[in-house]
Design a protein around this ligand. Sequence first.
Ligand SMILES: Nc1ncnc2c1ncn2[C@@H]1O[C@H](COP(=O)(O)OS(=O)(=O)O)[C@@H](OP(=O)(O)O)[C@H]1O
Ligand SMILES: Nc1ncnc2c1ncn2[C@@H]1O[C@H](COP(=O)(O)OP(=O)(O)O)[C@@H](O)[C@H]1O
Length: 199
Amino acid sequence: MSASTNITWHDSEVTKEQRQERNGHKSVVIWFTGLSGSGKSTISVALEKALFEQQITSYRLDGDNIRHGLNQNLGFSPEDRKENIRRIGEVGKLMVDAGVVTMTAFISPYEEDRNIVRNILEDGEFIEVFTKCSLDECETRDPKGLYKKARNGEIKEFTGINAPYEEPSNPEIVIDTEHESIEESVNKIVSYLKEKQYL
Ligand SMILES: Nc1ncnc2c1ncn2[C@@H]1O[C@H](COP(=O)(O)OS(=O)(=O)O)[C@@H](OP(=O)(O)O)[C@H]1O
Ligand SMILES: Nc1ncnc2c1ncn2[C@@H]1O[C@H](COP(=O)(O)OP(=O)(O)O)[C@@H](O)[C@H]1O
Protein backbone atom coordinates (compact mmCIF):
# COMPACT_ATOMS: atom_id res chain seq x y z
CA MET A 1 0.00 0.00 0.00
CA SER A 2 1.43 3.38 -0.95
CA ALA A 3 1.74 6.15 1.65
CA SER A 4 -0.88 8.18 -0.22
CA THR A 5 -3.62 5.53 -0.07
CA ASN A 6 -6.76 6.81 1.70
CA ILE A 7 -5.47 10.38 1.73
CA THR A 8 -7.45 13.13 0.02
CA TRP A 9 -6.17 16.57 -0.97
CA HIS A 10 -8.11 19.40 0.69
CA ASP A 11 -8.03 22.74 -1.10
CA SER A 12 -7.74 26.11 0.66
CA GLU A 13 -10.09 28.98 -0.01
CA VAL A 14 -7.14 31.35 -0.20
CA THR A 15 -4.94 30.94 -3.25
CA LYS A 16 -1.24 31.41 -3.78
CA GLU A 17 -2.06 34.19 -6.24
CA GLN A 18 -4.12 36.04 -3.60
CA ARG A 19 -1.27 35.79 -1.12
CA GLN A 20 1.17 37.07 -3.73
CA GLU A 21 -1.13 39.94 -4.56
CA ARG A 22 -1.43 40.94 -0.91
CA ASN A 23 2.37 40.77 -0.50
CA GLY A 24 2.90 42.79 -3.65
CA HIS A 25 5.43 40.35 -5.12
CA LYS A 26 5.67 36.83 -6.49
CA SER A 27 6.86 33.88 -4.45
CA VAL A 28 9.74 31.73 -5.62
CA VAL A 29 12.52 29.41 -4.48
CA ILE A 30 15.99 30.86 -4.92
CA TRP A 31 18.07 27.70 -4.82
CA PHE A 32 21.77 28.20 -4.03
CA THR A 33 24.00 25.27 -4.90
CA GLY A 34 27.76 24.99 -4.58
CA LEU A 35 30.66 23.52 -2.67
CA SER A 36 31.04 23.88 1.08
CA GLY A 37 32.65 27.29 1.63
CA SER A 38 31.58 28.62 -1.77
CA GLY A 39 29.42 31.29 -0.09
CA LYS A 40 25.86 29.94 -0.15
CA SER A 41 25.19 30.93 3.47
CA THR A 42 27.01 34.26 3.25
CA ILE A 43 25.21 35.41 0.11
CA SER A 44 21.79 34.09 1.13
CA VAL A 45 22.06 35.85 4.51
CA ALA A 46 22.98 39.13 2.78
CA LEU A 47 20.20 38.66 0.22
CA GLU A 48 17.65 37.93 2.94
CA LYS A 49 18.63 41.16 4.68
CA ALA A 50 18.43 43.17 1.45
CA LEU A 51 14.97 41.76 0.64
CA PHE A 52 13.71 42.29 4.19
CA GLU A 53 14.76 45.93 3.99
CA GLN A 54 12.69 46.24 0.79
CA GLN A 55 9.58 44.93 2.63
CA ILE A 56 9.73 41.58 0.81
CA THR A 57 8.30 38.58 2.68
CA SER A 58 11.24 36.21 2.59
CA TYR A 59 12.76 33.31 4.48
CA ARG A 60 15.98 31.35 4.35
CA LEU A 61 16.49 27.60 4.73
CA ASP A 62 20.12 26.62 5.33
CA GLY A 63 21.70 23.15 5.21
CA ASP A 64 23.52 23.36 8.51
CA ASN A 65 20.42 24.69 10.30
CA ILE A 66 17.90 22.29 8.79
CA ARG A 67 20.16 19.35 9.61
CA HIS A 68 19.84 20.34 13.29
CA GLY A 69 16.06 19.86 13.18
CA LEU A 70 13.85 18.67 10.34
CA ASN A 71 16.60 16.58 8.75
CA GLN A 72 18.61 15.56 11.82
CA ASN A 73 18.16 11.89 10.95
CA LEU A 74 20.03 12.27 7.65
CA GLY A 75 23.73 11.86 6.91
CA PHE A 76 25.77 12.42 3.77
CA SER A 77 25.37 9.23 1.73
CA PRO A 78 23.95 9.86 -1.77
CA GLU A 79 20.58 8.44 -0.57
CA ASP A 80 20.46 10.72 2.48
CA ARG A 81 21.45 13.78 0.45
CA LYS A 82 18.69 12.92 -2.01
CA GLU A 83 16.14 12.72 0.82
CA ASN A 84 17.52 15.94 2.32
CA ILE A 85 16.97 17.77 -0.97
CA ARG A 86 13.59 16.15 -1.58
CA ARG A 87 12.30 17.34 1.79
CA ILE A 88 13.66 20.85 1.28
CA GLY A 89 12.05 20.92 -2.14
CA GLU A 90 8.71 20.06 -0.55
CA VAL A 91 9.20 22.70 2.16
CA GLY A 92 10.14 25.18 -0.58
CA LYS A 93 6.93 24.36 -2.43
CA LEU A 94 4.89 25.02 0.72
CA MET A 95 6.71 28.30 1.26
CA VAL A 96 5.99 29.36 -2.31
CA ASP A 97 2.34 28.49 -1.77
CA ALA A 98 2.47 30.66 1.36
CA GLY A 99 3.63 33.60 -0.80
CA VAL A 100 7.19 33.72 0.47
CA VAL A 101 10.43 34.44 -1.42
CA THR A 102 12.42 31.47 -0.15
CA MET A 103 16.19 31.11 -0.24
CA THR A 104 17.72 27.67 0.18
CA ALA A 105 21.42 27.10 0.85
CA PHE A 106 22.30 23.44 0.40
CA ILE A 107 25.28 21.91 -1.37
CA SER A 108 22.76 19.81 -3.34
CA PRO A 109 25.56 18.12 -5.29
CA TYR A 110 23.46 16.00 -7.64
CA GLU A 111 21.88 17.57 -10.71
CA GLU A 112 19.15 14.93 -10.76
CA ASP A 113 18.07 15.81 -7.21
CA ARG A 114 18.00 19.54 -7.98
CA ASN A 115 15.95 18.84 -11.11
CA ILE A 116 13.42 16.88 -9.07
CA VAL A 117 12.86 20.05 -7.03
CA ARG A 118 12.66 22.16 -10.19
CA ASN A 119 10.01 19.80 -11.52
CA ILE A 120 7.76 19.81 -8.44
CA LEU A 121 7.53 23.61 -8.72
CA GLU A 122 5.63 25.56 -11.37
CA ASP A 123 7.52 27.12 -14.29
CA GLY A 124 9.54 30.11 -13.09
CA GLU A 125 9.25 29.21 -9.41
CA PHE A 126 12.75 27.72 -9.19
CA ILE A 127 15.74 29.98 -9.64
CA GLU A 128 18.96 28.00 -9.52
CA VAL A 129 21.91 30.07 -8.34
CA PHE A 130 25.22 28.37 -8.98
CA THR A 131 27.52 29.66 -6.26
CA LYS A 132 30.71 29.22 -8.19
CA CYS A 133 34.04 28.97 -6.42
CA SER A 134 37.01 26.73 -7.13
CA LEU A 135 37.75 23.86 -4.79
CA ASP A 136 41.19 25.42 -4.13
CA GLU A 137 39.62 28.67 -2.95
CA CYS A 138 36.97 26.88 -0.85
CA GLU A 139 39.71 24.84 0.74
CA THR A 140 41.78 27.95 1.45
CA ARG A 141 38.73 29.64 3.05
CA ASP A 142 37.80 26.49 4.99
CA PRO A 143 35.51 28.54 7.30
CA LYS A 144 34.60 25.55 9.48
CA GLY A 145 37.85 23.57 9.23
CA LEU A 146 35.99 20.76 7.48
CA TYR A 147 38.29 20.47 4.45
CA LYS A 148 41.23 19.98 6.80
CA LYS A 149 39.33 17.22 8.58
CA ALA A 150 38.31 15.64 5.28
CA ARG A 151 41.93 15.66 4.05
CA ASN A 152 42.97 14.02 7.33
CA GLY A 153 40.42 11.29 6.73
CA GLU A 154 38.22 12.41 9.64
CA ILE A 155 35.19 13.02 7.40
CA LYS A 156 34.13 10.44 4.88
CA GLU A 157 32.20 11.39 1.73
CA PHE A 158 33.09 15.09 1.94
CA THR A 159 31.88 16.96 -1.15
CA GLY A 160 34.73 17.93 -3.46
CA ILE A 161 37.25 15.68 -1.67
CA ASN A 162 35.80 12.20 -1.67
CA ALA A 163 32.24 12.79 -2.82
CA PRO A 164 31.13 14.39 -6.10
CA TYR A 165 29.77 17.83 -6.90
CA GLU A 166 27.91 18.13 -10.21
CA GLU A 167 27.88 21.69 -11.51
CA PRO A 168 24.51 22.92 -12.79
CA SER A 169 24.33 22.69 -16.58
CA ASN A 170 21.82 25.52 -17.03
CA PRO A 171 21.47 27.68 -13.91
CA GLU A 172 19.38 30.85 -14.04
CA ILE A 173 22.14 32.77 -12.25
CA VAL A 174 25.86 32.24 -11.69
CA ILE A 175 27.59 34.14 -8.92
CA ASP A 176 31.36 33.93 -8.91
CA THR A 177 32.27 34.46 -5.28
CA GLU A 178 35.97 34.10 -6.02
CA HIS A 179 35.96 37.23 -8.15
CA GLU A 180 32.85 39.19 -7.11
CA SER A 181 32.17 40.96 -3.83
CA ILE A 182 29.26 39.88 -1.63
CA GLU A 183 27.48 43.08 -2.63
CA GLU A 184 27.97 42.40 -6.35
CA SER A 185 26.52 38.89 -6.02
CA VAL A 186 23.52 40.13 -4.03
CA ASN A 187 22.89 42.94 -6.54
CA LYS A 188 23.06 40.46 -9.41
CA ILE A 189 20.29 38.37 -7.85
CA VAL A 190 18.12 41.36 -6.90
CA SER A 191 18.47 42.72 -10.46
CA TYR A 192 17.39 39.36 -11.88
CA LEU A 193 14.33 39.32 -9.59
CA LYS A 194 13.36 42.82 -10.68
CA GLU A 195 14.05 42.24 -14.38
CA LYS A 196 11.89 39.09 -14.40
CA GLN A 197 9.20 40.89 -12.40
CA TYR A 198 9.27 38.70 -9.33
CA LEU A 199 9.49 41.91 -7.27
N1 LIG B 1 30.46 14.85 4.25
C1 LIG B 1 30.06 16.11 4.14
N2 LIG B 1 29.96 16.67 2.91
C2 LIG B 1 29.54 17.95 2.78
N3 LIG B 1 29.19 18.75 3.83
C3 LIG B 1 29.29 18.24 5.08
C4 LIG B 1 29.72 16.90 5.28
N4 LIG B 1 29.71 16.67 6.62
C5 LIG B 1 29.30 17.78 7.22
N5 LIG B 1 29.02 18.74 6.31
C6 LIG B 1 28.45 20.05 6.66
O1 LIG B 1 27.09 19.97 6.24
C7 LIG B 1 26.76 21.02 5.36
C8 LIG B 1 26.14 20.51 4.07
O2 LIG B 1 24.84 20.11 4.28
P1 LIG B 1 23.80 20.13 3.08
O3 LIG B 1 22.51 19.74 3.66
O4 LIG B 1 23.89 21.42 2.39
O5 LIG B 1 24.40 18.98 2.13
S1 LIG B 1 23.70 18.25 0.90
O6 LIG B 1 22.97 19.25 0.12
O7 LIG B 1 22.77 17.25 1.43
O8 LIG B 1 24.80 17.62 0.15
C9 LIG B 1 28.06 21.70 5.01
O9 LIG B 1 27.71 23.07 5.11
P2 LIG B 1 28.19 24.19 4.07
O10 LIG B 1 29.64 24.36 4.39
O11 LIG B 1 27.38 25.37 4.47
O12 LIG B 1 27.94 23.78 2.67
C10 LIG B 1 29.04 21.25 6.05
O13 LIG B 1 29.14 22.21 7.07
N1 LIG C 1 32.76 37.26 -2.37
C1 LIG C 1 32.42 36.40 -1.41
N2 LIG C 1 31.17 35.87 -1.38
C2 LIG C 1 30.84 34.99 -0.40
N3 LIG C 1 31.67 34.56 0.59
C3 LIG C 1 32.90 35.07 0.60
C4 LIG C 1 33.34 35.99 -0.38
N4 LIG C 1 34.63 36.30 -0.14
C5 LIG C 1 34.99 35.62 0.97
N5 LIG C 1 33.95 34.87 1.43
C6 LIG C 1 34.02 34.02 2.63
O1 LIG C 1 33.86 32.66 2.22
C7 LIG C 1 33.21 31.91 3.25
C8 LIG C 1 31.97 31.26 2.65
O2 LIG C 1 31.40 30.45 3.64
P1 LIG C 1 29.86 30.08 3.68
O3 LIG C 1 29.05 31.27 3.34
O4 LIG C 1 29.61 29.40 4.99
O5 LIG C 1 29.78 29.05 2.47
P2 LIG C 1 28.78 27.82 2.26
O6 LIG C 1 27.47 28.19 2.91
O7 LIG C 1 28.69 27.67 0.78
O8 LIG C 1 29.45 26.66 2.94
C9 LIG C 1 32.86 32.90 4.36
O9 LIG C 1 33.85 32.82 5.36
C10 LIG C 1 32.89 34.25 3.63
O10 LIG C 1 33.21 35.31 4.50
